[in-house]
Design a protein around this ligand. Structure first.
Ligand code: NAD
Ligand code: LMR
Length: 441
């Protein structure tokens, strides 16, 4: 069986150990000859890199392993780049969340002004990663988790239309795992129909392989409990704020009881409640820094100090499962059905061809082939058009360096009440993002 070479960009990420552990658990079905970590933060990279060196020595010494901050070394001789960079790191995520909140607006990593700010920071470095991959390993694929996925995907479509980059999100996978528990199945036993944008979509069908439809049964459960389940479903999306978000799905379902909603719709349907229940001094960024980040880095430190990984395990979540399944689909032409972010081109019949949408696809060696989802209702279509236009205008504002367009994008976001508030938030975000955003005129 062919063996693959992988670089993980954002090697110092809190998600890197989980993905490496997942890869190690699947060497029989996805063999690896070389594994590299790449990050532009030497310190973070060193800590995760050294801990994983010990793990790899113990579990798979035959894999050639390195970590580096040099792009040429990182991107030479690779088959896949798994990317999950966070441009500006947690320090900037905190500002993305706290600045809008100061003005009474949703403060979130990917939705509303926070997502727009993060998008403006991420486009340049993401394009740089793609260019390095194409220069040093022109046949490689990039599987990209870096957020905000919707804006990054639109930027890839416009700026690098022929690049082998697949933008993905773990939220539909994580929620399907919850749905499967509600009906006593596993995610692999289910096929779904789904339409929307990233962090902005709806399930229209959840069937088993015999064709039995479970949506009505899941809907009855979600009507009462949202996606909250009794069993611990994952290592991810388990913190208190996520439990609130899973529960809130019941109020999202109430808005349109036909379809099962993506949890991120809460920022668009209930922005007022989100703001009221947010603590402007302690946001999700703080929760992650005090939780996942501390946990991952203290496990890394422990492994390095002891010189062994025995007794100090890194956790694996559905996040890692998805990216490895996707790599296998491309490597071995498995034709697995997966929800991906792709250019619409008719997959949603009554939506713009050039919109980056999220739909189920059959994935093989040539990448994803979107499955037709037919026509969508007026309500969802209008909401999606508003949101996709925000995403497109952010990319245009980035390329043109246009203050006017970015102000319009913020004004158009359903999370922002007026052009006046949009301007205030924008001016603060510009100040906070100096050195990250292009100069706007
Ligand atoms: P993190 O801050 O722990 O890790 C990100 C790493 O990226 C850091 O080590 C940082 O130094 C590095 N980095 C930043 N800019 C870089 C650049 N230009 N080149 C190379 N490395 C760079 O963040 P995290 O919480 O682990 O999240 C990582 C990313 O994954 C984020 O973009 C996050 O939003 C995304 N994410 C996506 C999904 C999804 O489903 N799409 C789910 C979870 C997380
Ligand atoms: C993260 O993992 O921090 C985000 O990408 C999603 C979340 O948990 O807020």
């Amino acid at each position: 069986m062919k063996k693959f070479s992988i670089v993980i960009a954002g090697g110092g990420s809190t998600y890197t150990p989980g993905i490496v552990m997942m890869l190690l658990d699947h060497l029989e079905t996805f063999p690896i000859r070389k594994l590299k970590l790449y990050d532009n933060d030497e310190k973070r990279q060193h800590m995760i890199g050294e801990a994983l060196k010990i793990v790899l020595n113990e579990r798979a010494p035959e894999i050639e392993y390195t970590y580096t901050t040099d792009p040429e070394e990182a991107f030479t001789d690779i088959d896949f780049c798994f990317a999950h960079i966070r441009v500006g790191k947690y320090e900037m995520r905190e500002l993305d969340e706290k600045i809008p909140l100061k003005h009474g607006v949703v403060g979130q990593e990917t939705c509303g002004p926070g997502g727009i700010a993060y998008g403006m920071r991420s486009i340049g470095p993401m394009i740089e990663l793609i260019d390095w991959m194409e220069k040093y390993s022109p046949d490689a694929w990039m599987l990209n988790y870096s957020n905000p996925a919707a804006i990054v995907a639109e930027a890839c479509r416009i700026l690098r239309p022929n690049a082998k980059v697949l933008n993905i999100c773990d939220m539909p996978v994580g929620t399907l795992r919850r749905m499967s528990q509600i009906i006593g199945k596993t995610p692999k036993e289910l096929d779904v129909r789904y339409f929307g944008l990233n962090h902005f979509g709806w399930w229209t069908s959840v069937k088993d392989k015999e064709g039995n439809e479970y949506l009505p049964q899941i809907r009855e459960y979600v009507k009462e409990n949202g996606y909250l389940t009794q069993i611990e479903v994952d290592t991810q999306h388990m913190d208190p704020s996520w439990q609130e978000t899973h529960k809130k799905a019941k109020d999202l379902l109430a808005v349109d009881p036909r379809f099962l909603p993506n949890t991120y719709l809460k920022y668009y349907f209930y922005p007022d409640e989100v703001v009221e229940s947010s603590n402007p001094k302690y946001t999700r960024a703080n929760e992650v820094m005090d939780g996942r980040e501390k946990k991952v880095f203290s496990t890394a430190r422990e492994i390095i100090e002891k010189g062994t990984a025995a007794g100090s395990e890194f956790a694996i979540g559905s996040h890692a499962t998805f990216i490895v399944d996707l790599a296998r689909a491309i490597a071995f032409n498995t034709h697995e059905r997966m929800i991906m972010i792709v250019e619409n081109n008719g997959a949603i019949a009554n939506f713009d061809d050039d919109a980056m949408v999220e739909v189920p696809c059959i994935v093989g060696s040539d990448g994803p082939e979107p499955l037709s989802q037919g026509k969508i209702p007026e309500f969802q279509r209008a909401l999606m058009l508003q949101q996709v236009t925000v995403e497109k205008m952010v990319v245009q504002a980035y390329i043109e360096g246009s203050y006017q367009k970015l102000w319009q994008a913020l004004t158009l976001s359903k999370t922002v009440p007026s052009a006046k508030v949009a301007k205030k938030v924008l001016d603060d975000l510009i100040e906070a993002n100096r050195g990250y955003w292009p100069e706007l005129k």
